[in-house]
Write a protein that binds this ligand. Sequence first.
Ligand SMILES: [Zn+2]
Length: 357
Amino acid sequence: MDSGHMFKLLYSLLLLLFLATPGLADVELAPKGKPPLRLSDIYLSQGLPYIAVDDMLDAVSLRGHWDSVKHVYRIRTARGWAELSPGRQSLKIGKVFFPLKEKPRFIDGRLRVSENFLLSQLSMLIERPVYYRNLNPVRVEQGGDDSTLDRLFSFLLRKKHMVSGPRLRAVAIDAGHGGLDTGVIAADGYKEKQATLDLASDLSKILKMNLGIPIYLSRDDDYELTPEQRIEPVTHEDVDAWLLLHAQGSFSSDAEGVALFVRSPEDKIADNRHDASRRLAEELALSLAEVGIPVVGIFSSPLIQLGQGDLPTVLIELGYLTNPTDLQRLRSPEGQKLLARALYLGLDNFSKKRKKD
Ligand SMILES: [Zn+2]
């Protein structure tokens, strides 16, 4: 075999390998309960599948089209138009912007969204749960934010020998988002990052006044945080509870109330019945209900922000910026004080009951 022949053989082998790559990433998609559609035109970018918007809409029986004048993809939904744009890291529904983890991208001539869109935002468009499965999950080792954050969490949050003193020694509070990362934006321009900052500061004051304990905040003004800065407050030795504050948006203006998230039971080392995060969430829910604030429920979530380990941790979605009552509560000083007071009472009750364990 001469070298020219060998080169040709190698070349055709490489070509074959290259051509075979797109087929490796089939996914299944459907509204939950319906037979799923198998999609094969999937593009992997750093291990993350990108699905063509046309294919995605077909699979959930929605219609849409590319508006080449406005440079947006318009999607017709039961409640009006939604818009995606390759230049914008958000989904616009009516007048409300919902942040996306990744910008939509034109790849191979088609506008595509990452699988995170299918997992997080698509159910909002069809107003029902989504079934999504990646048939060939690709494990790619990468040093992205999430894996860094994951490593930090696993390192920092293993407080196996929690001091059970009579009271909480200190509380860490994370005001979600900040700076360019605005979070959800209400129709009137009010931003989630402002709601979380206001509440963090109110709650911090009321806790210091009534319990006289140190409160560690991730931020005390409007700026963006690195993942390391985000969890810095939890690195203090005396932190006995961690609250992460957020607010959400919904397609429906009827959706209202506070939702509480704790780690998924799969991540738990401890017996679920003694899960401190869940008990903290229950106390917070009770106090919120007591002051008349509707509570949607307590949910287990594999959210990366919730980290790992035994530190009692609750992520609180303080309300919907898309609901008039919630919005009024979130942006008015009286409403913020009421929310802060309820969260303080919940923390205090959690602490009082904890010492009996
Ligand atoms: Zn948020």
